[in-house]
Ligand binder design. Structure first.
Ligand SMILES: Nc1ncnc2c1ncn2[C@@H]1O[C@H](COP(=O)(O)OP(=O)(O)O)[C@@H](O)[C@H]1O
Ligand SMILES: [Mg+2]
Length: 273
């Protein structure tokens, strides 16, 4: 093959890889939209189930009182017999537990839906004043389960002021950092989320004691499609996307890393004045 042909073959190969990666990221994006749509649909029924459950709790309290009062009017052995027949003692013991468990389960579903909606592209694509810590919490609720097999998670949170941001996008950046941190850890490590502020900036960072990044790769990692991971593991889009999100927020994205020691990705966002 001539050098020209070789070059063309190389380019073809590159186009093939890029197309695959693009399809993968498209798939992820549509999965996100699907999740957001489902969350939106579930929201309504969950709302009335929650409010009905509150009513049911009050009604059953009233009914139990009513039965107690009425049984006082009946002759003792008759009321005893009826209560046994209908397992009254067992029911009033079990009922509060059943209701409490249902409430807790429902609360969990409500939290999951709230977190999914935080990631949705359908809602809140506008700048709002938001608490970074609640974004951190939502993101952790989604990903903590995945992280726990890889790392112990430490939170080092300062008493930071509100920031002006698009919360779903900032969560996306945080999620990328956390996933990268977990993927950089070979066996078991520590991931620390820090927050802080000064006169000009409010910042958060994700620190890991994973593989670290080679010096000559530090500039490349923000390029779209740059990845050191196997196919299926990485698209090379996480940090590129993160950088464009941070730019849109007029913030600063910094990385410090040492091979074999670990990495720290920091996002500084402008303080509201
Ligand atoms: N915490 C980290 N530790 C070590 N390397 C990292 C870390 N975060 C990012 N990298 C490097 O940057 C590259 C690009 O990251 P990213 O844009 O998120 O794409 P992907 O994770 O899909 O590879 C990764 O492939 C990896 O080499
Ligand atoms: Mg990544």
């Amino acid at each position: 093959m001539s050098t020209e042909q070789l070059e063309i073959e190389g380019l073809k190969q590159q186009v093939k890889i890029l197309t695959e990666q693009l399809m993968h990221s498209e798939k992820l994006a549509s999965l996100g939209q699907l999740a957001a749509g489902v969350a939106h649909e579930i929201n309504n029924p969950i709302g009335y189930v929650a409010s009905n459950l509150g009513c049911l709790k009050e009604y059953t309290d009233s009914l139990i009182l009513l039965i107690r009062r009425m049984s006082e009017i009946l002759p003792i052995d008759q009321s005893h017999e009826l209560k046994e027949k209908y397992e009254f003692d067992y029911i009033i013991e079990d009922l509060p537990t059943l209701i409490a468990q249902s409430e807790a389960g429902l609360q969990r579903v409500i939290e999951i839906i709230r977190d999914l909606k935080d990631f949705s592209h359908l809602e809140d694509a506008e700048f709002v004043e938001a608490d970074l810590h609640s974004g951190i919490q939502s993101t952790l609720n989604i990903i903590a389960n995945e992280l726990k097999y890889k790392a112990d998670l430490k939170l080092n949170l300062a008493d930071i002021p509100l920031i002006s941001c698009i919360p779903s996008q900032i969560n996306q950046v945080l999620l990328n950092f956390l996933l990268n941190a977990a993927q950089a850890i070979d066996k078991r490590g520590v991931i620390t989320i820090n927050t802080g502020f000064d006169d000009n900036w409010v910042w958060f960072s994700v620190e890991d004691n994973g593989s670290g990044i080679e010096k000559d790769q530090l500039e490349k990692i923000f390029q779209p499609f740059f990845t050191t991971k196997d196919k299926g593991q990485g698209t090379g889009l996480g940090l590129a996307l993160s950088r464009s999100i941070v730019d849109k927020h007029q913030g600063i994205l910094e990385v410090k890393s040492e091979l074999g020691i670990g990495s720290c990705f920091t996002v500084k966002l402008p303080r509201i004045r």
